[in-house]
Design a protein around this ligand. Structure first.
Ligand code: KG4
Ligand code: ZN
Length: 367
């Protein structure tokens, strides 16, 4: 028996995602078929205008047992039909990670199946490879722009376990900037969709805003100066006396600035990664129509396709965690390594992507 056939890839994989404010569970087969998926968005944070870690952890704990049972029911599988269990174990809010990893590890021990610890950012990075998502597939290497409420970075995705962060935010994430500006405009949380809707009726011209780091070398991002500039535009208006046209104009100008900054930073990231064959965007902010248009134009100008997974797979979800686990299991199988068994791996609030190569120790890439 060859070393690789000695350790068949154990699937389907049940995965749990609980690194921020969404509690999610999914079951995915080895060919990427989604057998079941469910996401619960926590509403307890709304009065606070942002995610409260303690509320998030408690809500994950309250939701997960029923969510796991529901996902198994939807897939029509008994627990014994699972091949492996996975969970996001970092980076993220530590309370939620401990809850999700604890439930997943408990299941893995009870069922005597391997437990695969998944890096949440890696899961976003590999989603585009889920069969059927990107026409023609998403072969390595490609550039990933991850823009969400918690993350804002450009990543060279060169292989399973082989990632290089090319640049990231030095202050706020793009989604965080949308959420803070929404709050200043008196809109609800999460703010991105509300700012986008308001911007649609606004004229940005009377409200020019700065574009921090635009044109600078590298592909780092900065949004805090832009946020402060929005506050300054709003300052002349007395509380409760902001005309809708001004609010819409400022929202439109802010959105234009974010889209222009992000497209500029991604253009630099593509310069840093001339071997990229595809540009992929993920994270909640990738839902923004204006940003998508800028990225589509940028990719076209470089002769590259642009892809963004459908919104439900772009934002936090457990399908991406299950798929990253399958890619990891497959890669280990191809290298003749036993399935990952990460029961000893503790959840971690920070987990640099560059450390993921350690999962494939002392082996040459397959082929
Ligand atoms: O990926 P996600 O669901 O959760 C994490 O942050 O991990 O992203 C949520 C973020 C929020 O900041 C939200 O305001 C932003 O994505 N967002 C948008 C839009 N839809 C969601 N930002 C701009 N335009 C949108 N249409
Ligand atoms: Zn995420």
């Amino acid at each position: 028996m060859s070393p690789s056939s000695a350790h068949p890839v154990p699937t389907p994989v049940l995965a749990i995602e609980s690194s921020c404010d969404d509690t999610a569970c999914a079951i995915v087969a080895s060919d990427g078929a989604i057998l079941a998926e469910a996401v619960l968005s926590q509403s307890g944070h709304i009065p606070f205008g942002g995610v409260v870690p303690e509320i998030a952890a408690r809500a994950h704990l309250a939701a997960l047992p029923a969510l796991v049972r529901h996902t198994l029911d939807r897939a029509g599988l008994p627990p014994s039909g699972l091949g492996a269990i996975a969970a996001s174990t970092g980076p993220g809010l530590i309370g939620g990670l401990i809850v999700g990893a604890g439930v997943a590890k408990g299941l893995a021990v009870a069922l005597d199946r391997p437990f695969v610890a998944v890096n949440h950012i890696e899961a976003h990075a590999l989603t585009a490879r889920l069969p059927g998502l990107v026409p023609g597939g998403a072969p390595f290497p490609y550039l990933l722009l991850l823009v969400s409420g918690g993350h804002c970075q450009c990543i060279a995705v060169e292989g399973v376990g082989r990632y290089r962060k090319l640049g990231g935010t030095i202050d706020d994430a793009a989604g965080e900037a949308f959420d803070k500006v929404a709050k200043m405009l008196g809109l609800g949380w999460p703010g991105g969709p509300a700012v986008e809707a308001l911007a649609a009726e606004g004229d940005p011209a009377p409200y020019p805003l700065p574009r921090p780091l635009f044109g600078r070398p590298g592909c780092d991002f900065s949004f805090s100066g832009l946020k402060t500039a929005v506050a300054q535009k709003l300052a002349p208006f007395a509380a409760g006396a902001l005309p809708r046209s001004a609010a819409a104009g400022i929202a439109a100008s802010f959105q234009d600035a974010v889209a222009a900054i992000v497209a500029d930073r991604v253009a630099h990231a593509l310069d840093m990664m001339p071997q990229a064959t595809l540009l992929v965007a993920a994270g909640g902010v990738a839902a923004n129509t204006r940003l998508r248009a800028c990225l589509t134009d940028l990719a076209a100008s470089r002769g590259l396709p642009f892809a963004a997974p459908p919104l439900r797979l772009c934002t936090d979800n457990a399908v991406m965690v299950a798929w990253a686990a399958i890619e990891t299991l497959r890669e280990r199988h191809a290298r003749g390594l036993p399935p990952a068994d990460d029961l000893d791996l503790l959840p971690r609030p920070r987990w640099p992507l560059e450390q993921m190569a350690e999962r494939f120790p002392m082996t040459a890439p397959p082929g």
